[in-house]
Write a protein that binds this ligand. Structure first.
Ligand code: F3S
Length: 66
């Protein structure tokens, strides 16, 4: 099943946990704020990492769509 991630820029406070846990899925800017890579489509096999990143964001800024 196709999984997508999205970072809610209004909620992200730059904790960087998403990027630490799943650098394949997130980019961070110079201030530590994250964005999803590309259009947020999670490559096959990385779904668990996407969920882990979402679960570990203290701001609940990582959204998972599936
Ligand atoms: Fe932002 Fe949460 Fe990642 S606050 S940098 S989306 S861990």
């Amino acid at each position: 099943m196709l999984v997508r991630i999205k970072v809610d820029a209004d909620k992200c406070q730059g904790h960087n946990r998403c990027y630490s846990l799943a650098p394949e899925l997130f980019d961070v800017d110079d201030y530590g704020y994250a964005t999803e890579i590309g259009d947020g489509e999670v490559p096959e096999g990385l779904e668990d990492k996407a969920r882990l990143a979402a679960a570990n964001c203290p701001e609940f800024a990582v959204l998972i769509e599936e």
